[in-house]
Design a binder for this molecule. Structure first.
Ligand code: MN
Length: 484
């Protein structure tokens, strides 16, 4: 079951060195964990193996996969830092050390929520790979949580996953991991809500599954008309946690939720996406007002896709998601897909910038920055993961994290939350003290906006903004209210 070849198969074009390194880590970890068992009763090494496998699936570099194998040898194996450094070098030691340190942060309920998050960010600010390894580790832990003997611990781990890891994963754009974590954690924290969602789903699914099969075939047939080679279709079932939250917004009426099943069409180019949309709408009537073009306007976390909801013609309504292969990879693996891509890009030192047009979002800003750095001849490897340095992470009074560019002010913060809040900002508190609206925010700041009905943007505010979003909104407001 724990065969190293299973992991090597998952790597994209591994070099000889990659394979040697990973095999060495495999053997080393196996020996280090020999004789130790996990809380589930299985050999400890299984956990190291599954963590490394998750990383290979995310598509990150070989150093991260190696560190995945080794991530627990300092704490749970009989290995010291010196040995690790001698065998695997400084970079791997750094990654393993980072993950070990993160492991000491424990979530102790909502009061510590904010503080833990802050520590987490600070601790990982040196290298995003540390965070990604931790996520791979957590994924296996939450998957096997049922084997944990203590109820209290099960609940703590599940809650910590949902409240600390999931928002992070979302911010990193790792869609697939987000759903997995949510759905594994959900039943432990909210067993009754989980049952409610499951029951509603099962009832609905009885009638739905036939329609799904029928529509799926019809869709595949129709799409061959496009003449586009290499169209891939699939469908996914909505995760229970996400379904439950949507049910809450629709008075628990499952018939109002149209994306329980979503059909996915992936094609080579963006032009193809719009062509497919045309074909779909030609064959099935779309629901008015439900076409969402996240390719033209990506979501804040970088998510891209075209969504449309159509009548199947036999009484059902389904959602169709259209995207390119590249976009699909990014939606599933987020920042991790960029790391792998970048790696290849570096190795072959292609002069061209990275395909498709730049998306919005900070991941893109990061890539842009990396490109500039690499062109100026600074050795990229040391710097490339260091992106947290160029954003500030601040907190809302509820403990939500908002990330902004360096130099951002409470005005940027207010607009990042909502344009209505931005347009009625009167005063701001930073770390519970009154502060000027032009204060530059620092990572870890707790920011509170005090709104007043009569407060409104002034021309001066334009100088206090760092984000395009705030600038545009203020500009728009001033235009609308000219001469008042
Ligand atoms: Mn672990």
């Amino acid at each position: 079951m724990t065969d190293v070849n299973k992991i090597i198969e998952l790597l994209h074009n591994p070099s000889k060195e990659d394979i040697v390194l990973i095999t060495k880590a495999y053997t080393f970890a196996k020996k280090a964990h020999e004789g130790t068992k996990r809380f589930t009763g299985e050999p400890y090494f299984t956990h190291a193996f599954e963590t490394a496998k998750n990383l290979a699936l995310f598509g990150v570099d070989s150093c991260s996969v190696t560190a995945g194998f080794l991530h627990d040898v300092l704490e749970d194996g009989d290995v010291n830092e010196e040995t690790l450094k001698k065998e695997f070098g400084e970079e791997i030691l750094f990654l393993v050390d980072g993950v070990t340190k993160l492991g000491t942060l424990k979530y102790r309920g909502t009061k510590r929520h904010v503080e833990s998050l802050r520590k987490l960010f600070i601790a990982t600010s040196h290298d995003v790979r540390v965070l990604i390894i931790k996520l791979a580790d957590r994924l296996h832990n939450i998957k096997t949580l049922g084997g944990h003997p203590e109820k209290e611990k099960r609940e703590r781990i599940a809650l910590e996953t949902l409240e600390i890891f999931v928002p992070l994963v979302d911010r990193l754009g790792m869609g697939r991991l987000k759903q997995e974590m949510e759905d594994y954690a959900f039943p432990y924290i909210y067993p009754q809500k989980y049952q409610t969602a499951r029951k509603l789903f099962q009832q609905k699914n009885k009638g739905l599954s036939q329609h799904v099969q029928k529509f799926y075939l019809a869709l595949q047939n129709k799409l061959t008309e496009s003449g586009i080679k290499d169209i891939k279709t699939s469908y996914r079932i909505k995760g229970m946690y996400s379904l439950y939250n949507k049910l809450l917004r629709y008075e628990m009426d499952i018939d109002k939720i149209y994306d329980i099943v979503a059909f996915r069409v992936t094609v080579p180019t963006i032009e193809d996406c719009y062509q497919i949309l045309g074909i779909v709408h030609g064959a099935w009537k779309p629901l008015p007002g439900r076409i969402k073009d996240y390719i033209a306007i990506p979501k804040p976390n970088g998510y891209q896709s075209i969504h449309s909801t159509v009548f199947t013609g036999d009484g059902e309504i389904v959602e169709i998601q259209i995207r390119t292969r590249q976009i699909h990879r990014e939606a599933e693996y987020g920042i991790a897909s960029h790391l792998a891509y970048k790696e290849k890009y570096l190795k072959h030192s292609i002069k061209q910038p990275m395909t498709v047009k730049k998306q919005l979002g900070w991941i893109q800003e990061l890539l842009q920055w990396q490109k500039e750095v690499s062109e100026s001849g600074i050795f990229l490897k040391d710097l490339k993961m260091d992106f947290f340095k160029f954003r500030v992470f601040v907190f809302t009074p509820k403990g939500d994290v908002i990330d902004l560019p360096i130099g951002a002010t409470p005005i940027d913060f207010a607009y990042a939350i909502h344009s209505d809040i931005g347009n009625h900002t009167a005063e701001a508190k930073i770390n519970r003290k009154m502060a000027s609206l032009k204060t530059k925010l620092k990572s870890g700041d707790l920011v509170e906006i005090i709104t007043k009905k009569k407060a409104c943007p002034t021309r001066k505010w334009l100088d206090y903004t760092e984000t395009n979003l705030a600038y545009r909104q203020i500009h728009l407001y001033l235009q609308k209210n000219q001469g008042r």
